[in-house]
Each structure stands twice: as C-alpha cells, then as structure tokens.
Design a protein around this ligand. Structure first.
Ligand code: FES
Ligand code: FES
Length: 205
C-alpha cells in the first residue's frame, strides 16, 4: 500500500513565505471582492418573493392579472391561475413540447419559463391563433389530415409550426420537421403530420 506523502513536513522557510504571500494576496483579493459584492448589493434591484406578487400577462390578446409566487412557471400560471388551458402539461420538464407557446413570436416551452419573466411579452397559445371560433389554417389542416389522436401534443405542434411559418412563409418540409424536433407525439401521428407539413409547404394535396 502506498502511504500518502506528508507535504507539510517538507516545506522549507522559503516555500512557507511564498505560500504566505499567496495567501495574503488571496485574502486581499477576497476582501476587494467582498467590498464589490457589498457595493453591488446596494445597487441591485429589489428582489421579488418568495411570497405571491401581482403580475400581469398578455395572453392571446388579453391582459390577465393574478397573484403568483415568483417560482411559478408560465405553464402553471396559465393553466392553474389564469384558466388558459390550450398549452398542455405532459412532461413538465422541457422534454415533450406539449406546453409550447409563442413568446413574441418565438416558440418556447411554457413549463421551462417563469411566469414572472413573461411579463411585458406577447404570449400566444394555440387558442389565440384562432380568429374567434374559426380555426387557424394550420389547425384546419391538422384536422383535415386527422393528425391528432388524444390531442395532448397537438397545440404544441401547431404553435411550433406557426412560429416557423411566421418567420419564413417559404419554409420547406425539412424546415417544418426541424421546427417540431422538440415536440413528441406519443400516439405516433407522425405520418399524418408529415402530410400536414407537405400541405403547408405546398407539396401536398
Ligand atoms: S410539458 Fe413542457 S416540455 Fe413537456
Ligand atoms: S395525438 Fe396523442 S400525443 Fe400526439
């Protein structure tokens, strides 16, 4: 068995003094940093929480207010506090895409963003894509192609498709597939979804 070497026993005076110098320098730097942190803390904006705070979210064209703890996700705020249920909760950990909503036109997982961070942004759910009771063209094609079974994944797929087409109306079939590569359909309606993508990109009947 190899015994550990006791390095402290081998330190000469010179090494010890060098080490002391480093320690002193480190202490000085640490002191300076502590001062900076203290000054920074003075300038820091007031923090929120942990209790509930009043927040306003712009969802599907409406200003919705609620009292919500800062730790609450956008998905929970929508579904549990604001009664907006178009975004679905499936994995609740950023892996399935069922909760996809648009934030200022970009698709994001609502389960992976805090509600408090979504203030001042335009949030659009699959419901908000509709005009009154009229389906959005993407939703209409999903319906016509029967690209939905249980339907839990569908709002997420629809909003992800809407995001890519809003950014690039000439998106290709491959662009569509890439746009939904963070969305999962556990019912396996991919064949029908590919038909949707073909129609959306002008390649299908
Ligand atoms: S519920 Fe948000 S990614 Fe699955
Ligand atoms: S239709 Fe059921 S998960 Fe996609």
């Amino acid at each position: 068995m190899v015994e550990p070497i006791d390095t402290t026993m081998r330190l000469g005076r010179r090494s010890f003094l060098k080490g002391s110098g480093v320690a002193a320098a480190a202490a000085t730097v640490a002191g300076t940093m502590a001062e900076e942190v203290a000054h920074g803390a003075d300038a820091a904006p007031p923090s929120s929480g942990p209790g509930a705070v009043e927040i306003t979210l712009s969802v599907d064209g409406k200003e919705l207010k609620s009292s919500i703890e800062p730790r609450v996700t956008l998905l929970d705020a929508l579904r549990d506090y604001l009664n907006v249920t178009a975004a679905k909760r499936v994995c609740d950990r950023g892996t399935c895409g069922a909760c996809t909503v648009l934030i200022d036109g970009k698709s994001i997982y609502a389960c992976s963003m805090l509600a408090i961070e979504a203030q001042g942004k335009k949030i659009t759910t699959a419901r908000g894509l509709m005009k009154g009771d009229e389906l959005h063209p993407i939703q209409q094609i999903f319906w016509e192609k029967d690209a939905s079974q249980c339907g839990f994944c569908t709002p997420g797929f629809v909003t992800a498709c809407a995001a890519v087409l809003a950014k690039n109306p000439k998106a290709t079939f491959e662009d569509m597939k890439r746009a939904v590569d963070g969305n999962i359909c556990r019912c396996g309606t991919y064949e029908q979804m590919f038909q949707v993508f073909e129609q959306l990109t002008g390649k299908g009947a």
